[in-house]
Write a protein that binds this ligand. Structure first.
Ligand SMILES: Nc1ncnc2c1ncn2[C@@H]1O[C@H](COP(=O)(O)OP(=O)(O)OP(=O)(O)O)[C@@H](O)[C@H]1O
Ligand SMILES: [Mg+2]
Length: 309
């Protein structure tokens, strides 16, 4: 199990990560979901030993990163946000290089290299210099590098950015498969859908903090039982606010000029009565949608801002 306790990291006066704690169990996929600058890469960099934490404690199955860095690092695999491959080397050579660094040798190394090439679907192209690969193929090779030595913990930093749907599906399948074999997976993303689909538990991160964590049901429960009514139109926030505030069962999830998200209680007819009250005040509404609580409304409620896919 990965255990992160009270992790903080500053760059000068900027607190990129502020006192976060979480655990990732064997076989579990834990997602850190947050927008640009949330602190995801900083967190990953501290866990893989690239950055020294300002404070906090990081352990994997009781091995402490601070006092036993070499033993710790041998047990983890990292798939960095920026692709890190040697372009003149083939896929097989890249994997052999990283496998050797992780302590694999001889036929055990060759077996693992062949196995991960199969897993990520690159076996047939394994002898070409990887600079000839497409973006999606490089991403897949980057992923293979992180898992060649069968780590107990795999750190994945936005591994699906900038690739097509097919390559993304392939990567998500590979990640699920690794977790099924018992590896603990820490996965960062700013894609709501990906977090929702892939992760067993999600930590919602913004401005260096984890605001809430849990499985999807738990997170949805934080927003309430009700439905989410989204309104768009030509209205002013100041005009809508008092109309909504008059009904104390309705909560404002977010409100700005022209866009509102309201949390409506789950009673029958409640949505239509809220809507007719708003329309009765002559507010101009162009677009209405009603949804069950989702990760987007959870994110909005907890952080006060929207995270768009
Ligand atoms: N080496 C550094 N020196 C100074 N500031 C840094 C450094 N690395 C990160 N930061 C700052 O720390 C904050 C968190 O950055 P980080 O890269 O961890 O975010 P992120 O969640 O990974 O974002 P993204 O989704 O854009 O990758 C940002 O404000 C960033 O500018
Ligand atoms: Mg990042």
């Amino acid at each position: 199990m990965l255990s992160v306790e009270g992790l903080s990291r500053s760059f000068g006066s900027l607190q990129a990560v502020r006192d976060i704690s979480f655990r990732v169990h064997p076989g579990e996929i834990y997602g850190l979901l947050g927008p640009n600058g949330a602190g995801k890469t900083t967190t990953i960099s501290c866990i893989c030993g690239l950055l020294r934490p300002s404070s906090g404690r990081i352990e994997l199955h009781g091995t402490d990163l601070g006092s036993q860095p070499i033993a710790f690092k041998r047990r983890i695999g990292v798939v960095p946000q920026e692709i890190a491959l040697y372009g003149d080397l083939s896929a097989r050579e890249n994997l052999s290089f990283w496998g050797r660094l992780a302590g694999l040798r001889g036929s055990a190394l060759q077996r693992r290299v062949t196995a991960v090439l199969e897993t990520v679907g690159l076996a047939e192209r394994s002898r070409e210099p990887c600079r000839k690969f497409s973006g999606g193929m490089k991403r897949r090779l980057n992923l293979a590098v992180g898992m060649v030595h069968e780590p107990q913990l795999l750190l994945l930093d936005e591994p699906t950015v900038g690739i097509d749907v097919q390559a993304r599906i392939n990567i998500l399948d590979v990640v699920r498969d690794i977790a099924r074999r018992g590896t603990a997976v820490l996965y960062t993303t700013h894609y709501l859908e990906e977090a929702q689909e892939l992760c067993d538990r999600i930590g919602i991160m913004d401005k260096g903090k984890i605001f809430a964590e849990g499985d999807l049901e738990h997170l949805k429960g934080l927003v309430g039982e009700g439905q989410i009514l989204t309104l768009r139109g030509g209205f002013a926030a100041d005009a809508l606010r008092p109309v909504v505030a008059a009904d104390d069962t309705v909560r404002i999830v977010s409100l700005e000029d022209g866009a509102a998200m309201l949390d409506i209680p789950p009673h029958r007819g409640e949505v239509s009565s809220v809507l007719s009250r708003i329309l009765g005040h002559g507010l101009s509404i162009d677009d209405i949608s009603i949804q069950e609580p989702n990760l987007q409304s959870v994110f909005l409620k907890l952080t006060g801002r929207e995270l768009r896919d």
